[in-house]
Ligand binder design. Structure first.
Ligand code: SF4
Length: 334
């Protein structure tokens, strides 16, 4: 019988994409891998390499309180079996540094619980600075050198595209050919390149005969209004978005989950960095990083913030459309 692993990552889309590095590697080493993600991300998580069962934690709703988190942990403990026997997990990995994740890990019986903090885990691993390396560090502890780190080629394991097909309600064939994907949104306001720039970029690409597709959430579409793109796919599900991103010739966006999703499906990307540090991302020749290197204030935040500390958001306000067009040209677009 395969050893069983439970990986917990209840952060955002990009984090889950990075965590697929751990699920892919554990599965390759013979583990049956279950994954806990933030509620709503289950359909995407189910497309991850090596992922078996997926559990959604509604940490802003039904499982918000510590007591309900404990009840969720009890249910997970029972899920460690195969449905016929109550066999527990052999390994629990905490791929998120929060106290809630540590509490969950602590309450799930397992032979080995590995995380980036001491509380909640039987083994503590110092967290490397780069995403994906940090997931590998957890898996290294489980495999104890029995498996070399895989070379994913571009820093991330590929999303299992064939699994996406099972989850599509909408045919991505409506995506125009040779289109550039535009990702104007981000959970943190300081990571968003101004909408006026995206509009200008879309117009300039259209003048060159290049179609554009906007991706993001339905809430972003309501909040930001129309973008005058060839196709507005904001509001599509994450698997639909991933499938459509894989059909685009390039992705342009800030340091956001959808940008990382775009790279996970192999589409070249222009990444526009404001307050965050590109050195935290996996080394990836398919991603061109743009940022202002003349600003002493940047990077000012590990994951972005709601407001610019110096007030003018110069890191992104001062990054013009021509730089993005030039980066696209170096990717062979335009
Ligand atoms: S302080 Fe600097 S890096 Fe941070 S958001 Fe403001 S302009 Fe950008």
């Amino acid at each position: 019988m395969s050893p069983r692993a439970l990986v917990i990552d209840t952060a955002f889309v990009g984090d889950v994409v990075f965590t697929f590095a751990a699920t892919a590697r554990l599965a390759a080493a013979g583990f049956a891998v279950d994954l806990v993600v933030r509620a709503g991300l289950e359909p995407l998580a189910a497309c991850g390499e090596g992922v078996g069962r997926v559990f959604g934690l509604d940490k802003r709703g039904a499982q918000h309180s510590p007591l309900s988190t404990l009840a969720f942990a009890r249910a997970l403990s029972r899920a460690g079996g195969d449905g016929r026997s109550p066999r527990r997990y052999d390994v629990v990995l905490g791929a998120h540094p929060s106290l809630r994740t540590a509490l969950l890990a602590l309450c799930i019986p397992a032979d080995l619980r590995v995380g980036w903090r001491r509380l909640g885990y039987s083994e503590f691993v110092k967290r490397p600075y780069r995403f994906v390396d940090d997931r590998h560090a957890l898996v290294d502890r489980v495999l104890c050198g029995r498996s070399a780190r895989p070379d994913f080629g571009h820093g991330l394991p590929r999303l299992a595209i064939e699994r996406l097909g099972e989850r599509l309600n909408r045919t991505p064939s409506s995506v125009p050919a040779e289109a550039v994907a535009l990702l104007p949104g981000s959970r943190f306001a300081t990571k968003r390149w101004p909408l006026t720039r995206f509009r200008s970029l879309a117009a300039q690409l259209r003048d060159r005969g290049i179609a554009t597709v906007a991706f993001g959430s339905a809430e972003e579409r309501l909040e930001h209004g129309p973008l005058d793109v060839s196709l507005d796919a904001r509001g599509w599900t994450l698997p639909e978005t991933a499938a459509a991103l894989s059909m685009c010739i390039a992705v342009v966006g800030g340091d956001s989950g959808l940008l990382h999703l775009g790279r996970a499906v192999g589409t070249p990307a222009v990444a526009i960095f404001g307050p965050t540090d590109p050195l935290r991302l996996p080394i990836d020749p398919g991603r061109l990083d743009l940022y202002r290197d003349d600003l002493k204030c940047r990077p000012c935040s590990p994951h972005g913030a709601a407001h610019c500390p110096r007030g003018d958001h110069a890191c992104l306000e001062g990054l013009d459309v021509e730089r993005v067009l030039s980066a696209l040209r170096s990717l062979g677009v335009g």
